[in-house]
Design a protein around this ligand. Structure first.
Ligand code: URA
Ligand code: SF4
Length: 225
């Protein structure tokens, strides 16, 4: 396939998508190296590096977030910032060892719009970025073959189930892997929950938001058996 990368002046419809950069005989380390070359959309330009998933390569559970944040962009690792800390606390409280899962994102480069002090302010990816980036997630899932996937927040939910997906309507219920998303060994179940950064943003209701996240993750622990 031709490697026709994103060029300045291209419009949304011109994003070629990541497929041409995904190695044919992939391993997780090869994906990590290869994503650094990706020009499937424009997001690579303002990011420090691509961030693939990380964790136990034999994990039964994949946690799927949105995109790397400021800290993850610098570290090259997913969920190492404040939201990742909330997530690990919630996993432990739900009885799931954080080291035993695999954490990744639907978009592999950090999208941000402006800075506040030294911190770059996160901007949610658009559906077009999610679509362009999809081959990287598909490649990870082909290698991991998890039993279950937990969707962290609306962007991950929309990435799998389309733009009408709402976490509030689906959380805490066992969902099926979407039929229009073929993988060799589809996960047996999917659960949606809020993104851990929503816990950080909730002021008065922070404890309630955290407890709800833990309750959803407990359900994941039960499904894992
Ligand atoms: N938020 C995400 O969705 N993913 C990360 O890796 C970090 C924060
Ligand atoms: Fe490639 Fe995804 Fe990065 Fe876009 S966000 S350049 S598709 S890895």
């Amino acid at each position: 396939m031709d490697r026709v990368g994103y060029r300045a002046g291209m419009t949304d419809g011109d994003r070629p998508g990541a497929q041409a950069w995904v190695p044919g005989r992939a391993t997780l380390p090869r994906l990590r190296a290869a994503v650094q070359e990706c020009r499937g959309c424009e997001l690579y330009r303002d990011a420090t590096q691509g961030v693939m998933g990380d964790g136990d390569p034999h994990a039964d559970l994949v946690l799927l977030g949105e995109q790397p944040g400021d800290k993850e962009d610098q570290a090259g690792e997913p969920f190492v910032g404040p939201a990742g800390q909330v997530l690990d606390d919630a996993l432990v409280d739900a009885g799931i060892a954080p080291d035993g899962v695999f954490k990744t994102n639907v978009v592999k480069h950090f999208r941000w719009s402006r800075t506040r002090g030294k911190r770059r302010i996160h901007q949610s990816p658009q559906q077009a970025h999610v679509t362009a980036c999809r081959p990287w997630l598909d490649a990870e899932l082909r290698l991991l073959r998890p039993a279950g996937v937990v969707l962290l927040g609306g962007t991950a939910g929309k990435a799998l189930y389309g733009s009408s997906f709402k976490v509030g309507e689906c959380r805490g219920r066992r969902l099926s892997w979407p039929a229009d998303r073929p993988v060799a060994v589809p996960p047996q179940w999917v659960l949606a929950t809020t993104h851990p950064s929503a816990v950080l943003r909730a002021r008065d209701e922070r404890q309630a938001a955290y407890d709800a996240l833990v309750a959803d993750l407990r359900l994941a622990a039960e499904l894992l058996g």
